[in-house]
Write a protein that binds this ligand. Structure first.
Ligand code: RB5
Length: 149
């Protein structure tokens, strides 16, 4: 598995925590920034990650900002991106099993690094159940096609 990870200035600590986790799990990743401590704009980080995941260059994406909300809104504008804003381990599990999410967003002003690590580990290690859930995801993909996204 290859993961693209990025944060804005509000998510840099959790980004480092998740990178450490992925190194421990032997998961290959690429860090898309940000590298600064000044304020940056979350779409500049969410959109490149979502585009690369949607294009198949990366299997998954992980995005962190202050709340996770801006990152998730931006990522879900990219056709083929299925990004969930997740702040609990149960949702991390279910959003893989039922939604086949290829990106998660988290907020560093909402949860701490310990919980973020548990969420990321659950999300990275849980498989999609397919079946009836694949039909539902197919309806979202059909909508993307019909609406010309
Ligand atoms: C930055 O101040 C903050 O707005 C951003 O990190 C994120 O929470 C946006 O949704």
């Amino acid at each position: 598995m290859k993961v693209a990870i990025a944060s804005d200035h509000g998510g840099m600590n959790i980004r480092e925590e998740i990178k450490t986790l992925m190194e421990e799990l032997g998961i290959d990743y690429e860090d898309f920034g940000c590298e600064c401590t000044a304020s940056v704009d979350y779409p500049d980080y969410a959109l490149p990650v979502a585009e690369r995941v949607a294009a198949g260059e990366f299997d998954r994406g992980i995005l962190i900002c202050g709340t996770g909300i801006g990152m998730s809104i931006a990522a879900n504008k990219v056709k083929g991106a299925r990004c969930a804003l997740v702040h609990d381990v149960y949702s991390a599990k279910l959003t893989r099993q039922h939604n086949d999410t290829n990106i998660i967003a988290m907020g560093e002003r909402v949860i701490g690094p310990g919980l973020a690590r548990e969420i990321a580990e659950m999300w990275l290690t849980t498989d999609f159940e397919a079946g009836r859930h694949a039909v539902r995801i197919g309806k979202i993909a059909d909508y993307e096609e019909r609406s010309g996204q």
